[in-house]
Design a protein around this ligand. Sequence first.
Ligand code: BDR
Ligand code: CA
Length: 310
Amino acid sequence: MPKPVILDCDPGHDDAFAIWLAAGDPEIDLRAITTVGGNGTLTHTTYNARVVTGLAGIAGVPISPGADSPMVRLLSPAEGIHGANALGGPELPAPTVAADPRTAVELIRDTLDGAGEEVTIVATGPLTNIAMFVRTYPDRLSRIKEVVWMGGSTGRGNITPYAEFNCWTDPEAAAIVLGSGLPFTMIGLNVTHQVLITPEVVARIGAVGNRTAAFGVELLNYFNSTYETDQGMPEGPLHDPVAVALVARPGLVTTVRTRLDIELHGTETAGATSVDLLGKLRRPPNASVATGVDVEGFWRLLEDAIRALS
Ligand code: BDR
Ligand code: CA
């Protein structure tokens, strides 16, 4: 049976691919999409979620906007990577899918209440919405199977020397979700930087030949150009769909149980993830952390999912 999933995201180029993978893969039953301010303002990320679902022919999945800013910090969108509208590159068609009138927290609540089984939350942006849900509905947490999050790193960062963007944007939210006791899996830069958008990958996605693939190629080319300028990586990493892939095919991503803590106060390291792979802190493990990915298996999965869309 396909796994019920709520996708919380901030589209965002790689978030768009996460949506497409979640909607197009037969092992996932995408029940809801919630959006958060991150790569762009909430207005942009919600609009972009509506655009990329509509053009891919994804119907019947409610999309609700959530938090427009982090819990205690100011939002600083990733314009250098994702452009001024968070989805730079292609001309955006008018969205054919309306936003749901409920807030993200309300949509998560209703989706969990109506599911009749535990639901996995895949989060590919700052964890603000999920932290708000934890704080608002602590009585509903048993209905969440696990939180699988693209964020953090076992090594260095991408927005500061030690912090990854999603964690750095709202570290307090990450700490709240991690401290909630919910089963938590982190897929960080140490793994997503293995999933690089090579010219061969772009050609393979393009060869799928449908509308989603054509739009996707424009996104990939833009993303690679900004990654080259901003990060010195002409073949950018397609972070977010790796979190979806782990849920769809757990065997594709290797994880270890370890201690994960979020740096909230460091003068140079706020938003960094402390991953105690050697167990030096002697604290109990509290998370699964990704350490490897089957890169070819991942691209095949993504290609197949895009093929299943319009
Ligand atoms: C994360 O930050 C965003 O730019 C991407 O969408 C991804 O979720 C990578 O650090
Ligand atoms: Ca994202």
